[in-house]
Design a protein around this ligand. Structure first.
Ligand code: DAH
Length: 349
C-alpha cells in the first residue's frame, strides 16, 4: 500500500510537470482525485485496513491528496497567468475603432429646421415637381412669353423630342435645335419654387399658409454665390386680408428663430412680375450684402390665373435661397461647396 502511494506520488508529479494546459491538469485531477480516482480509492479502502496499517497509510494518503491538490492549483494558476499574458498582447484598454456614420448635408439640415419653424407657425409643407412647364414656371406667374423679366431666370429647357437636356439661352422660344413645341407645354427644370404657388392655388381655396422646399435650377455661370442647382423655400399665405405687415411679422419671426435674437436683415424694394409691391430680403455674408429672398404681395394677375377673385383675396409670397441661408448660418464661404461631393466639407455637419 505504501509503495502504491509512492508510485501515485511519482506519477502525479511527473504528469503535473508535463501538463501542457489546464485540460491536462484536469485529467490528472480526475485520474487521482476524481470519484473513481486512484488516490480516492485508497482513501476509501482505509476503513478495511487493520488499525496499525491504517495509522501509517492514512496520514500518508491524506498528505498526498493535499499535495496533489496544491500542485494542481498552483499549476492551474500558472496556466491562467500565461494565458492572460497571451491575451494582453491585445490591448484591451485601447479605444475601439470608430465606425464612421454618415453626415446630414447642410442643406437637409437647414431645411429640416426651416420646416419645423414654419410648422410651428401653422404653415403646411408641400412639395412639387422639379420638371415644370413653361406655363407654371412663367405664364401663370404673370411672366408671359415675351416679357423681358424672363431673362432673370436663365432656363434649362428640356428637349421635347429626345428627352435629353439642353440649354436655350434666349427667351424667344427658339431652341438651339430649331424645335418648336406648343409654348405653354414646353418642359423645363423649374427655375424657382414659385410654380408651386399655382399648383397649390389651383387645388385649394384660401385661407391657407404653406411653404414649399425644393431644388431649383438655373442655366447660369457659377461663382461663390451662384450655382446651377440650388435649394429654395417658397412661402405663400393667402386669405381675405393678409397684409404686408403680416408678411414682415412672419419673416421677422422666421429669421429670429433660424439665426437667433438680434439677427440683422432688411427689406428693399424689387420688381417681380408675380408680386406688387415686390421686395427683397438682404442679410450680411462675409461683409457683403447678400440677397436671401424675393417676396411681395401676390399680384392680382396671379390670383386671376388660378381663378381667385383678386378683389376678395390678398396674400404674400416669398422665396428664400436655401443655400444662402445655410451659408450665413454655417459660415460657408462658397456656394459651390454644397454640390462638390467633397467629404471634408460634408463631414463638418
Ligand atoms: N421666385 C423668385 C426667384 O427665384 C423669388 C421670389 C420673389 C419668390 C417674389 C416669391 C416672390 O414668392 O413673391 O427669384
Amino acid at each position: 500500500m505504501k509503495e502504491k502511494i509512492e508510485e501515485i506520488k511519482k506519477l502525479a508529479l511527473e504528469m503535473a510537470e508535463k501538463a501542457k494546459d489546464s485540460k491536462e491538469l484536469e485529467n490528472l485531477e480526475t485520474k487521482f482525485l476524481g470519484r473513481k480516482g486512484e488516490l480516492t480509492q485508497i482513501l476509501r479502502s482505509l476503513k478495511d485496513l487493520a488499525i496499525e496499517e491504517r495509522r501509517i497509510i492514512g496520514p500518508l494518503a491524506q498528505k498526498l491528496k493535499k499535495e496533489v491538490e496544491e500542485l494542481v492549483a498552483e499549476k492551474m494558476k500558472e496556466f491562467q497567468a500565461s494565458s492572460f499574458k497571451l491575451q494582453s498582447k491585445i490591448d484591451i484598454t485601447k479605444p475601439g475603432k470608430k465606425i464612421h456614420g454618415g453626415h446630414i448635408h447642410p442643406l437637409n439640415k437647414i431645411e429640416k429646421e426651416i420646416r419645423d419653424i414654419f410648422l410651428s407657425m401653422n404653415f403646411s409643407v408641400v412639395e412639387g415637381p422639379e420638371v415644370e412647364t413653361d406655363y407654371y414656371n412663367f405664364d401663370a406667374l404673370n411672366i408671359p412669353k415675351d416679357h423681358p423679366a424672363r431673362d432673370a431666370w436663365d432656363t434649362f429647357w428640356l428637349k421635347q423630342s429626345v428627352g435629353g437636356l439642353f440649354a436655350r439661352p434666349d427667351s424667344q422660344g427658339k431652341s438651339g435645335l430649331g424645335l418648336k413645341t406648343p409654348d405653354k407645354e414646353r418642359k423645363l427644370l423649374r427655375t424657382h419654387t414659385s410654380p408651386m404657388q399655382i399648383h397649390y392655388m389651383q387645388t385649394h381655396q384660401p385661407p391657407f399658409q404653406i411653404i414649399v422646399p425644393g431644388r431649383t435650377f438655373r442655366y447660369e455661370a457659377t461663382d461663390a454665390s451662384h450655382e446651377t442647382t440650388f435649394g429654395q423655400v417658397e412661402g405663400l399665405m393667402v386669405g381675405e386680408d393678409v397684409s404686408l405687415a403680416n408678411f414682415k411679422f412672419i419673416i421677422e419671426k422666421f429669421l429670429t428663430r433660424l439665426f437667433g435674437e438680434g439677427v440683422e436683415f432688411d427689406f428693399r424694394p424689387n420688381y417681380y412680375p408675380f408680386v406688387e409691391p415686390g421686395v427683397d430680403v438682404y442679410m450680411k455674408w462675409q461683409n457683403k450684402e447678400l440677397e436671401v429672398a424675393g417676396a411681395g404681395m401676390v399680384h392680382p394677375e396671379v390670383f386671376r390665373a388660378v381663378g381667385y377673385d383678386p378683389y376678395k383675396t390678398q396674400g404674400f409670397a416669398f422665396g428664400f435661397g436655401l443655400n444662402r441661408l445655410a451659408m450665413i448660418k454655417y459660415k460657408i464661404p462658397d456656394i459651390r461647396l454644397f454640390n462638390s461631393g467633397d467629404l471634408r466639407f460634408i463631414k463638418q455637419f
